[in-house]
Design a protein around this ligand. Structure first.
Ligand code: SF4
Length: 416
């Protein structure tokens, strides 16, 4: 979705006209806002009722240009009617007076058609495939994001979600499968794969059912977890049952202020669905600690929820305000409080990580070895568990024996 910021100055008539502008933009698929943030388009409805109003109209252009030097700006309203030449000299995209507002949209459509907006509107196919890594290679199938989480700058920098054609993905994965041992399918927001080109990740995965290398999914947003996808993943020869599902917070109201599109209950339902198909799946996640709306109670809800889900690993990030995002202007939580909460969450994470490793002691681990530590060959299993074994093999099935450091020590399975 494209984003437009609309600024209005002046009287009630201007306000009414501005409301019409906003509805028109939204009808055309724009996400609109009235705060200074990164956007594809800025519309200023100017006012000339006083010198002060005119000064403010000019000032807004300078503020936008300072904030986003590449801003595409459209000027409309009384001040631009009064002094069109002045605004035309401001290197803006288009200047309209008080009349002919419809022309603004014609102009926007024209600029879009001519590709004058910087961010790509469709997936840019790679000119060549990257050189494969012997152990693990990555294949990017999607770029951009439509979600606009309130703390995240990605949709402004990378644009809206765009999906690579299925044939192109399959071709690269097939080629790589002859040269690498594991392929990680990645994207900025994999869950949005296919939204723009009427495809779906499940359809892509179905096309990979004959591929004979391990396939792992990159970071995932819960909206993409469906029966259809999980059934397709079950059909892969060597799927790694490891799901990195970004949670970010375990409290309903904080998730709302983060503009995440789920609550803890919906998230847990998706986790349960994954475990229905892959009972031992590793479920890992990211959590932001110290988001501005995080009260002590909200943080405790996160701790409880993390325990309830039984994540096998949690990546903990302190909140970091990014200019241009909605959350940037919110009052921040003190660094000491954030530090103390991070530590409490770290203790829970380590406990859960250990519980998962103990669970893994009862199941064979299919390992691709990548390095040597303490005289052991070390690699990751299909569950993304770090395995230490005495072997010269590059990959093997390992029978776990005990916990060791950040993983498990094991022996090569007898019949290997
Ligand atoms: S956090 Fe992820 S889902 Fe949210 S806007 Fe950023 S890239 Fe999109």
């Amino acid at each position: 979705m494209l984003k437009a910021v609309v600024f209005n100055l002046g009287c009630k008539v201007n306000q009414y006209e501005c409301d019409v502008l906003v509805s028109e933009l939204e009808n055309r698929g724009y996400h609109t806002s009235q705060e200074l943030e990164y956007a594809d388009l800025y519309v200023i409805n100017t006012c000339a009722v006083t010198n002060e109003a005119e000064r403010k109209s000019r000032q807004i252009i300078s503020r936008i240009k300072k904030f986003n030097p590449n801003a595409k700006i459209i000027i409309t309203g009384c001040a631009s009617q009064k002094n069109k030449e002045f605004y035309l000299n401001k290197e803006v995209l288009y200047v309209s007076g008080v009349g002919g507002k419809q022309r603004i949209f014609e102009e926007i459509d024209k600029q879009l058609a001519e590709g004058k907006f910087d961010l790509p509107l469709s997936y840019e196919e790679p000119l060549a495939f990257p050189k494969p890594e012997r152990t693990r290679s990555y294949v990017k199938i999607q770029d951009g994001c439509n979600n606009f989480c309130s703390y995240c700058i990605i949709p402004y920098l990378r644009g809206r979600s765009r999906s690579r054609k299925i044939d192109s993905c399959v071709k690269e994965i097939e080629t790589l499968s002859k040269k690498t041992k594991e392929i990680v399918i990645t994207g900025v927001n994999l869950a949005q794969y296919g939204v723009d080109n009427n495809e779906s990740l499940a359809k892509l995965i179905d096309r990979l059912s004959n591929i004979d290398v391990r396939i792992r999914l990159g970071s995932f947003y819960v909206e993409g977890i469906t029966d259809e996808l999980l059934i397709a993943l079950k059909g892969l020869k060597k799927f790694c049952p490891h799901f990195h599902l970004s949670l970010q917070h375990g409290d309903e109201s904080v998730l709302k202020s983060m503009n995440r599109r789920y609550g803890p209950a919906e998230y847990k339902e998706k986790v349960d669905l994954i475990r229905k198909y892959f009972p031992l799946a590793a479920i890992t996640t990211d959590i932001i600690v110290g988001f501005p709306t995080e009260s002590e109670e909200a943080f405790e809800n996160t701790l409880k929820f993390v325990e309830e889900v039984r994540f096998s690993d949690v990546h903990i990030f302190p909140f970091s305000p990014r200019p241009g995002t909605k959350a940037y202007s919110l009052p921040v939580i003190s660094a000491n409080v954030i530090k103390e909460r991070k530590e409490r969450l770290r203790i829970v994470k380590e406990k859960l990580n250990k519980e998962y490793l103990i669970l893994m002691l009862n199941s064979y681990q299919d390992v691709i070895f990548e390095t040597y530590v303490d005289g052991y060959s070390v690699g990751y299993s299909q569950y993304y568990v770090r395995i230490y074994t005495k072997t010269n093999k590059n990959n093997a099935v390992v029978k776990p024996t005990s916990l060791y450091k950040d993983g498990i020590i094991g022996e090569i399975k007898d019949d290997e």
